[in-house]
Design a protein around this ligand. Structure first.
Ligand code: SF4
Ligand code: SF4
Ligand code: FES
Length: 258
């Protein structure tokens, strides 16, 4: 009797790839707000899946071979710049890090809600992020003028690690798009804004106390508008510990000065 080794039918990589090929159906949101004749709609494109195909590759192929007018954003292709976030079958995520193999054969792509639409899948997250940042004053507030002759301010490594963990945010906007409060209320600063305050609160160079932080997030556009349902943490592609930070901030803002 043949051993299991001997019974195995040899397959080449090419044959295996062929066997795994799928026809993908893309339903892509199309709308150009600058064109008065444009109507919001979904358009359908088909594409043969290849090994290791990401949504970045697929969208570029569609644009190159089928529709040069398709608008979408990519910069780094490595999950670092945050510009490629979109709704992928209804869930906010980074298109450059999403393998088509992880999705069903019908893939519906739409722009992130909340943010200003530039066209098709492209949104202006920068405008929203800047507004949020100015309202929350998301920069280190020091006493007096900075000493420009000093090379750097030293910090305990453990504290620097804690800050680094929260600094990994790439401002992709997924947590805002996945947040019920942010979708309903444009002025809500979202988990991205609250995470920035949590990061500054850890920074020994920032001289603000909890009363000063309360001034910017102690309201319904800040921590008290958060419904704690954690859609933000579920969709954050960088897996930031948003749940812990939001709970911590809420506790601190409720008990400030006590
Ligand atoms: S907290 Fe996460 S989901 Fe939100 S902007 Fe930062 S990286 Fe993106
Ligand atoms: S926990 Fe708060 S910030 Fe996160 S999705 Fe829910 S309401 Fe938005
Ligand atoms: S292209 Fe930069 S995160 Fe996707």
């Amino acid at each position: 009797m043949n051993s299991p080794q001997a019974q195995r039918i040899p397959t080449t990589d090419a044959a295996q790839t062929k066997q795994n090929e799928r026809q993908l159906r893309f339903e892509i949101f199309r709308y150009n707000p600058l064109d008065p004749t444009s109507e919001p709609r979904f358009e359908t494109y088909t594409l043969e899946e290849t090994g290791g195909m990401t949504l970045f590759i697929a969208l570029n192929l569609i644009r190159e071979e089928q529709d040069p007018s398709l608008q979408f954003d990519f910069v780094c292709r490595a999950g670092i710049c945050g510009s490629c976030a979109m709704l992928i079958n209804g869930r906010p995520d980074l298109a450059c890090r999403t393998l088509t193999q992880s999705l069903p054969t019908t893939i519906r792509l739409a722009p992130l809600p909340v943010f200003e639409l530039i066209g098709d899948l492209s949104v202006n997250t920068g405008h929203w992020m800047r507004g949020m940042s100015e309202r929350l004053q998301t920069w280190v507030h020091t006493d007096g003028e900075p000493d420009l002759d000093r090379l750097e301010t030293t910090m305990e490594p453990a504290r620097a690690e804690q800050i680094y963990e929260l600094e990994r945010c790439i401002e992709c906007g997924c947590c805002v798009a996945g947040c019920g409060t942010a979708v309903m209320r444009e002025s809500f600063v979202g988990a991205v804004g609250l995470n920035k305050i949590a990061r500054l609160r850890l920074d020994p160079r920032d001289r603000r106390d909890d009363t000063a932080y309360y001034e910017v997030i102690g309201n319904d556009d800040g921590i008290f508008g958060c419904m704690s349902l954690m859609g933000c943490q579920d969709v954050c592609p960088k897996e930031l510990p948003l749940q812990t930070q939001l709970a911590f901030l809420r506790r601190k803002m409720l008990t400030r000065g006590l």
